[in-house]
Design a protein around this ligand. Structure first.
Ligand code: ATP
Ligand code: MG
Length: 720
């Protein structure tokens, strides 16, 4: 059989990795050197040359989107669909295993995944139920505490308590939360991993089964695995299976979420792999690569890599200094328009930023200019309120004991069930050890409610019952539509929100029905005996908005630097290159965080193939306040000769004064002053152009957004 196509698009080092004989392999290499490509070719090589069954391979990627792409690329190389090949994220793979062995690990068949928002609400409730002070035990912090311990594989009983009252309470919260999850068949993200680890650790039969099955385990982005994931890998590998691991220590960016770059060193120690280094970068121009290399050079404790390219020198990086964040957004979108006018496609461009909230201004300008765009991450599709509302109905149909779903929609739309009634149900549930659904039913039957509340609750239970009876067996799309219609969700949003907002919500609901209709269950899930609903609900919880990427459309890509990992685009913008924003001010608080921010910068820069445009704004509204900030230190780490500075297009007033101090201008108003407008309400001055009554002044209003006004006519009142 001719297998030259598996090798002829690879360089020598890549080939060496792809064709390595028996034994473990570690490919340690910088960005854009073809690590992911090598992993894909290795899978095809094993199947075609070594005749390994696709069922015998397990490939782990970092996102579901990457998993989909990998499956597609393997299919193309082999010219057939690699059915039975398990490719997924750690979470997705663990979910599938737990579904197959739910009873063994003490989970109900219908267990549900708690996403992090649901988890937060549940923890808050546990704290309230325990009558603890939420100021002393903030739910957000407790969520971090619980997840941190789970990610290290620790149950409440495993945590040493030094008889400190505060710590004992924290552990009690963890325990109560866990008990609650057990009772209700809920499983959070870290629990997916931990439970699977325990299954494989404690059941010899299961461990033997999976060790026999997966003779080859391949892992992309290995530098961002956490303790539990590494432990899982070791269990699955056993003593005879082969690991093929690729990663780059310079791109480890999830330390804040428990990832351990040391796993690369541990892997080397524990498995003595053949180490292959790839040094040729195929992605970026020489200029971009040089700039990125120079930035990451500022980090100490690197494993050290030498990355070069045969590619052309390319253009200088562009650096734009905007007066404020609005101007920055205008500039970026104008450059994208230039790109498109010169024949480029929108989808070849990406706007990367440090925090999700930064997307809004870009979205505004893109909407106005009617340029299609897609936001990855952020408030992702499956995280939007209306989508979660509708999904909660589907979850209840799937499993009436899903308490977070019950709480979410028992009074949504409003059906006259007040907080007091819900408290009654909760209380009853707690005392009887029942789910909220069961508690509500028994209170209804025993006349435990007032007549009005009783009717309302009975109505809700009947609605869920009807949906279950009529649509429990129907197609997913049909069931979803029925839930939305019967619950009258659209009317509800229309009755309480402005028309445009309600319409947007309805569009999302229609999109949700479409997503449900077009959902095809992964072959491997079906084989594992999962119901389509279970697969769909899991997908929604695990991958959130990633599904947007499937319907490929020509649009500008907006995402955080974190979610850009592994991707590449001809034209990349890195916006908001300001101290405090990037590096994030949090990084000043913890040692090691600054180095991680710098790696994030390296990840961002190395996404660019042809052009990299950096921008920063001298002032920006953050949490309703105008902040003035200095350019990011990372900018100064790029050699000046690689950068071309661009000047703003229109004349501005006093940008030079905007560092520190309070520049004074028209009529005593200065940048950052809070003002009140008779119609637009409170806002902050962000730009002043010109002098006196004719000055044009730009104000960011808290509710009305950004407006340009002529000072003489604006009737502004200074506040504070
Ligand atoms: N031998 C090669 N010849 C031509 N192009 C290549 C070769 N190897 C890789 N490429 C291309 O270089 C780009 C980067 O490859 P890939 O995404 O696999 O790199 P990576 O090391 O996984 O990067 P990252 O660290 O960002 O994940 C891709 O467009 C890929 O197709
Ligand atoms: Mg990659």
């Amino acid at each position: 059989m001719d297998v030259s196509h598996l090798l002829d698009q690879l360089n020598d080092a890549q080939r060496e990795a792809v064709t390595a004989d028996e034994g473990h392999v570690l490919v340690l290499a910088g960005a854009g050197s073809g690590k992911t490509r090598v992993l894909v070719h290795r899978i095809a090589w094993l199947i075609q040359v070594h005749h390994v069954s696709p069922m015998g391979l397990l490939a782990v990627t970092f996102t579901n989107k990457a998993a989909g792409e990998m499956r597609h690329r393997v299919g193309k190389l082999l010219n057939l669909r690699p059915d039975g090949l398990w490719i997924g994220t750690f979470h997705g793979i663990c979910h599938r295993m737990l579904r197959m062995h739910a009873a063994e690990v003490g989970l109900p068949e219908t267990f549900q995944i708690l996403d992090s928002d649901d988890q937060y609400r549940l923890i808050r409730r546990v704290i309230r139920d325990m009558e603890l002070d939420e100021g002393e035990f903030p739910a957000r912090q407790m969520q971090g505490f619980i997840n941190h311990h789970k990610e290290e594989g620790r149950r409440p009983g495993d945590i040493e308590c030094f008889d400190h009252a505060f710590q004992a309470r924290q552990l009690a919260i963890y325990q109560h939360y866990q008990d609650y999850c057990e009772r209700s068949g809920l499983i959070d993200f870290a629990e997916l991993l931990l439970r699977t680890l325990e299954l494989l650790r404690d059941s010899d039969a299961r461990r033997a089964h999976y060790q026999d099955r997966f003779g080859h385990i391949l892992i992309d982005e290995f530098q961002d695995t956490n303790t539990l994931q590494y432990a899982l890998v070791r269990l699955l590998a056993g003593s005879k299976n082969q690991l093929f691991v690729v990663g780059d220590d310079d791109q480890s960016i999830y330390g804040w979420r428990g990832a351990k770059v040391e796993n690369v060193v541990h892997f080397d120690r524990d498995f003595s792999p053949k180490v292959v280094r790839l040094e040729q970068n195929y992605r970026s121009t020489a200029t971009i690569l040089e700039a990125a290399n120079r930035v990451i050079d500022h980090n100490a404790e690197r494993m050290g890599k030498n990355l070069w390219t045969e590619g052309e020198k390319g253009e200088a990086l562009k650096l734009f200094t905007a007066f404020n964040a609005e101007e920055e957004a205008e500039f970026v979108i104008a450059r994208i328009q230039d790109w498109m006018e010169q024949g480029g496609r929108a989808s070849e461009t990406a706007i990367l930023y440090r925090s999700n909230a930064q997307s809004r201004l870009f979205e505004q300008v893109l909407l106005r200019e009617e340029i299609p765009y897609r936001v990855y991450g952020g408030l992702r599709f499956f995280e939007r309120a209306e989508v979660k509302d509708a999904m909660a109905y589907l979850r209840l149909v799937h499993n009436p004991h899903d308490d977070p779903a019950f709480e979410r929609v028992i009074n949504l739309p409003a059906r006259g069930i007040g907080e007091r009634t819900v408290a009654l149900i909760r209380d009853h549930a707690r005392r009887q050890g029942q789910s909220l659904f069961e508690a509500a039913r028994s209170l209804c039957e025993s006349g435990g409610f007032t007549a009005r509340a009783g009717n309302a609750v009975a109505g809700f239970l009947a609605l869920i019952g009807e949906l279950t009876d009529e649509y429990g067996q129907a197609g997913l799309g049909e069931a979803m539509q029925a839930a939305i219609d019967r619950a009258e969700l659209a009317d509800w949003y229309r009755s309480r929100e402005p028309a445009d907002r309600a319409e947007a919500r309805e569009e999302n609901l229609a999109e949700l029905v479409r997503a449900a209709e077009s959902f095809t269950q992964p072959f491997e899930d079906e084989q594992a005996g999962l119901s389509p609903t279970a697969s769909f609900l899991a997908q929604a919880a695990l991958e959130a908005g990633e599904h947007q990427g499937e319907r490929w459309q020509d649009c500008v890509q907006l995402m955080t630097l974190h979610s850009a990992k592994g991707l590449e685009f001809p034209l990349v913008f890195m916006a908001g290159m300001e101290e405090g924003l990037f590096p994030h001010q949090k990084s000043a608080e913890e040692p090691g965080r600054l180095a991680e921010e710098r790696r994030l910068c390296y990840v961002g820069m190395t996404r660019a193939m042809q052009q990299l445009v950096l921008s920063h704004a001298e002032s920006r509204m953050i949490h309703g306040q105008t902040n003035f900030s200095r350019p990011s230190r990372f900018l100064s780490e790029i050699p000046a000769e690689l950068v071309e500075e661009l000047r703003p297009g229109r004349p501005r007033v006093a940008p030079a004064q905007s560092h520190g101090g309070a520049p004074q201008d028209a009529e005593g108003l200065s940048l950052g002053t809070t003002v009140r407008h008779p119609r637009f309400g409170l806002g902050t001055v962000v730009t002043i152009e010109g002098q006196g009554a004719n000055a044009r002044i730009q104000i960011n209003f808290e509710s009305a957004g950004s407006k340009w006004l002529v000072l003489g006519y604006a009737s502004l009142e200074r506040v504070g």
